[in-house]
Design a protein around this ligand. Structure first.
Ligand SMILES: [Fe+2]
Ligand SMILES: [Fe+2]
Length: 281
């Protein structure tokens, strides 16, 4: 179990002039997918924060309240860092601005249509996705090596570390204020459907705006890389699906050592961000 959820302030700087168009391992699909994910973060993470804030007055457990404050602080910082990355991606030609506006519109619509508990269940489900992707990034050297630029790698690794630190917060809030496990699982299934459709549409739009990607040989090679990557593995799908157990809890996937390891590697001693982190390391 990973209790501490510290808010760290870190400013990132990205130089689009030094980034190749397909900055992620010179791979078309990987670069577009990472850019698409990054474009959804600022608005997505604001939605997470709003969904938790709406029920904060119903939380009685003081430890959970403290973790909620850390969770909000971390997500706000992630949003800011990805705004900065998204600007660089926009200069490279990725439709980050368009994706950002679409996500904002879609999530505001959901907030108007859905009850607070369902919004919270959406956040808990998406946090399971981010935590599962984070585990892959933190445990797979090849997944990190795809970023040729150390600043880009640091952004994703720092984000992955903090997603792992706070992976149970929204879930625990949901349990405390609602606790309807069948509804939680139903919402996960709907969220998964939305992610598949949204990712497919977003990728098509992103690729359509990048003529340098329209080469069948490039796309075929990229597709093969994707098929061989850890996120296409059965293990990854099993980790995601585990959420559908009615007695599931995020801490069932023990990531305590992973958090200790990456705090030390990234934020302490000679770690890449050690000299730049403000707030608790
Ligand atoms: Fe985040
Ligand atoms: Fe998160």
């Amino acid at each position: 179990m990973t209790d501490r959820v510290p808010t760290r302030r870190i400013a990132f700087e990205f130089d689009a002039g030094r980034m190749p168009r397909h900055y992620s391992a010179n791979d078309v699909l990987s670069s577009h997918a990472m850019s698409l994910a990054s474009a959804t973060f600022p608005e997505g993470e604001e939605f997470f924060v709003r969904s938790v804030r709406k029920v904060r007055d119903q939380i009685r457990d003081p430890d959970l309240l403290e973790r909620v404050n850390g969770f909000i602080g971390q997500e706000v910082m992630h949003g800011r860092a990805h705004v900065s990355f998204n600007k660089a991606l926009g200069r490279l030609g990725y439709p980050t601005r368009f994706i950002d506006r679409f996500v904002a519109f879609y999530l505001r619509l959901m907030e108007r249509l859905l009850p607070k508990n369902v919004q919270l269940a959406i956040t808990a489900a998406l946090e399971h996705y981010t935590a599962t992707f984070a585990t892959v990034l933190l445990t797979t050297p090849e997944a990190r090596e795809q970023f040729a630029d150390p600043e880009i790698e640091a952004l994703w690794v720092w984000h992955a570390l903090e997603e792992t630190e706070h992976k149970a917060v929204a879930f625990d809030v949901f349990r405390e204020v609602c606790g309807n496990e069948r509804m939680r699982v139903r919402v996960m299934k709907a969220v998964t459907f939305d992610i598949v459709i949204g990712a497919a549409m977003g990728l098509l739009i992103s690729l359509a705006m990048d003529p340098s990607a329209w080469r069948l040989s490039k796309l075929r090679k990229s597709w093969r890389n994707l098929r061989d990557s850890p996120i296409a593995s059965g293990d990854f799908a099993a980790l995601l699906r585990d959420y559908n157990r009615l007695d599931f809890h995020p801490d069932d996937h023990d990531t305590t050592e992973l958090v200790v390891e990456w705090r030390a590697r990234l934020l302490e001693g000679g770690g890449y961000l050690a000299s730049r982190v403000k707030g608790a390391a």
